[in-house]
Write a protein of this length. Structure first.
Length: 90
């Protein structure tokens, strides 16, 4: 985040096409903020079986492989991220 404006900014990479997209990409939350807010009613990392990969995804494994530990530290992971039940209050 830019300290002055609060706007999220991204350093340019080596791929010009991606750099063009990043100039237009204006999110209002960081990935950590989204996870801490209980995205999708706490079901974002629910257990699923993918019809595309024909594979069962286990939430704890997916979290370990895709999310920085500090982003979810102190969260009730079962309620806020890996629940099979959508909760509007989350």
């Amino acid at each position: 985040r830019d300290n002055r404006t609060g706007e999220l900014t991204f350093p340019p990479g080596q791929n010009e096409e991606t750099n063009k997209l990043l100039k237009e990409f204006r999110p209002n939350r960081t990935p950590e903020e989204i996870l801490r807010s209980g995205c999708f009613g706490g079901t974002y990392f629910r257990p699923i079986v993918s019809a595309v990969t024909n594979r069962r995804y286990v939430p704890s494994e997916v979290l370990k492989d895709t999310v920085l530990t500090e982003w979810i530290e102190g969260l009730d992971v079962k309620r806020m991220l890996t629940s099979s039940t959508y909760r509007a209050e989350v």
